[in-house]
Write a protein that binds this ligand. Sequence first.
Ligand SMILES: Cc1cc2nc3c(=O)[nH]c(=O)nc-3n(C[C@H](O)[C@H](O)[C@H](O)COP(=O)(O)OP(=O)(O)OC[C@H]3O[C@@H](n4cnc5c(N)ncnc54)[C@H](O)[C@@H]3O)c2cc1C
Length: 409
Amino acid sequence: MDVITRPADDLTDEQREWQMKARRFAREEIRPISLARDAIEGPGAAWDWEIIRKGSQLGFRTAVVPKEWGGHAIDFVTQALVMAELAKGDSAISKAFSQNWKWGHLIAGACTNEQKERFLRPFVADDTCVLGFGGTEPNAGSDNRYPPEDDPRAGMRLGAERRGDEWILNGEKTFIANGGVGRLFFVGARTDPDVPVTEGTTVFMVPVGTPGFRIGKVFNKAGWRFYQNAELVFENARLPHANVLGEVNGGTRARQKGGVAEFNDFELACNALGVCEDACESALARAKSERRGGKPLLDQQGVQMKLSEMHMLTEALRSFVMRIAREIDRGTHDPVNVVLLMNYSSDVIQRVSTLNLRIHGAAGGVTNTHAEKLVRDAIIWTHLAGDTSQRLKVIRRLARRAGAAGRGY
Ligand SMILES: Cc1cc2nc3c(=O)[nH]c(=O)nc-3n(C[C@H](O)[C@H](O)[C@H](O)COP(=O)(O)OP(=O)(O)OC[C@H]3O[C@@H](n4cnc5c(N)ncnc54)[C@H](O)[C@@H]3O)c2cc1C
């Protein structure tokens, strides 16, 4: 898996160590089980606690939790390296670890010390504790993140009503990652349905076992089969007020403070980079080993063009990812660019994984082969953390800035 060489001299020793640790884990532990787990039939059945436990013991589950709470507080450059390396082993397993990192970011940004004691301490202590975030509902997906402006009808409807020191939640979330395996969910609920979703939402911390809260259907996905997605059902679920994250109706602000949406976008681009590297290496190996027309595929110009495009796009994605990672670490990044990065990664992963499939010929389309799995996994990027087309609305922010600068648009 080392075909693509990259300069490492701009990494610190610590960053390089994390990268190597992730690479070894991906090669020795993740890749050997990847296709077999993916092939297991049935919704949610591909999940494997053993790999989660092993990765957790190496620090991948708690990588971004602040050190004073027992985590590793790795910076964004290291996060990018680790996610990409793990994704080269299996992108769904990589995501199963990094999904927990939102907690590390949220906790630092939005939780009280009392909440950290109740939720963060047990999370860090238990190798099998994984977390989730519930925003999407059957009738509210990308418009949670990019609602039509000033329209209270858009966005989530799961409702929360206050009764004394408790909140009663009713409604349903869908496609929630780690549903069925998670111990604690951050859940967005509408606490004021008469104002836009960005102003009338509160985030609650919902531990498994909360009265009135249960897991519904687990989805049988085409890609990222290891990663479990399920419905979260709330039927008069009762939560103490102490489980509110940040302020009532301040859910969007709390998530912004915790950098949730931004981390989502960054995370998916890093993961896509790993998949693209993997696809490049897989295509190159195939092109070297197969002969057509009396010579290796690699010597055929048509194949060279495909390989060249794959490498070019992957290298461009790497540059974009690492630039953004460094900028976030320095606090100089433009949030608009993080959104554009995610969309770019979504385009690149589709193209690179498809070119890999084509270089494999008919063999690439056989069910449960590596090339075919990468294409199935890549499809997932179109509807993650919002929606790729909806995310284009970020252009509104650029237009506003251009207008404010008096340049028009
Ligand atoms: C693997 C996976 C993991 C996920 N994990 C989570 C999770 O942990 N937590 C969570 O909350 N969600 C999760 N989701 C859900 C994800 O966030 C949503 O799928 C995503 O936000 C898009 O929402 P949707 O699927 O409802 O599509 P929609 O938003 O309904 O979009 C469907 C189509 O309609 C278009 N469209 C929608 N609105 C408009 C509009 N106003 N104008 C024009 N076109 C429009 C979109 O562009 C898209 O093409 C996950 C999804 C997947 C696939």
